[in-house]
Write a protein that binds this ligand. Structure first.
Ligand code: NAP
Length: 241
């Protein structure tokens, strides 16, 4: 069966790996993000691997852009709320603009995109939504107060949406990646930052984007048909131990 999927933040990092993994599993993928250039690169990589994808631009910090994206992706069976902003900072130094960007993109954007697409899935008989959160949502991490709080809000949305949409066969779960080397983390934490965080998790290393994408694709898929409202940790054991 060909699933129709929307991956936000698929122009880079974890989202791009999710889009590639889905395409390998026979999904038609909408690749979204603000950068058309990087989005078209993801689409080309999927095409080169024999998959099916198209790019739809979307800025999750902008409500009009979200409405346009939701209209383009109205028939999506699976939604991956992956796009994220992470402005790490000590609390006293966090500027209002980066605080607002994290809550606008990570919380408000996720909320209103889902509010548009989940009811459509429900009317068609079901669907699956995966929200990407972080270990900073569940454990205290210095420098991640606002970021962790924004993702903790996403965990709250995950549980409430699981309850709200279960009767319509729409499953809603979260995946919490551990430190994963991406373009975004290299920019924010420097080239070695993620590897250093990797030494603090029980598996003693950071993840590859493919390791996260495989977990995300499984949770979204019918193979996980009895899972809803859960948070799946792909974090090298950091949350558990
Ligand atoms: P990344 O390489 O920086 O990619 C972030 C993606 O989000 C890009 O595709 C970017 O696309 C998109 N994005 C950012 N702001 C956006 C906006 N306003 N509107 C639409 N798209 C936007 O980051 P990543 O490391 O892959 O992170 C992906 C997700 O995983 C995030 O939610 C992050 O919080 C979460 N996460 C990452 C890690 C990690 O260690 N890497 C760990 C835990 C959780 P454009 O620039 O094209 O807009």
């Amino acid at each position: 069966m060909l699933f129709r999927s929307l991956v936000t933040g698929a122009t880079s990092g974890i989202g791009r790996a999710i889009a590639l993994e889905l395409a390998r599993n026979d999904a038609a993928v909408i690749v979204s993000g603000r950068s058309r250039t990087r989005g078209e690169e993801t689409v080309a990589a999927i095409g080169a691997a024999g998959g099916s994808a198209r790019f739809v631009a979307g800025d999750l910090g902008d409500l009009q852009s979200i409405a346009a994206l939701a209209a383009e992706a109205a028939d999506a069976d699976i939604l991956f709320n992956n796009a994220g902003a992470f402005g790490f900072s000590p609390t006293a130094d966090q500027d209002v603009a980066s605080f607002e960007q994290m809550f606008d993109v990570n919380v408000r954007g996720t909320f209103f995109l889902t509010a548009s697409l989940a009811p459509k899935m429900a009317r068609r008989g079901g669907g699956s939504i995966v929200n990407i959160t972080t270990m900073a949502a569940e454990i205290g991490m210095v420098g991640a107060a606002a970021y962790g709080a924004s993702k903790a809000a996403v965990l709250g949305l995950t549980r409430t949406w699981a309850a709200e949409f279960a009767g319509d066969n729409v499953r809603v779960n979260a995946v919490s990646p551990g430190p994963t080397a991406t373009e975004g983390t290299a920019e924010v934490m420097g080239p070695d930052g993620v590897a250093q965080v990797g030494t603090t998790v029980p598996l003693n290393r950071s993840a590859t984007v493919e390791e996260i994408a495989r977990v995300v694709a499984f949770v979204a898929s019918p193979a996980a048909s009895y899972a809803t409202g859960g948070t799946f940790h792909a974090d090298g054991g950091r949350q558990a131990i």
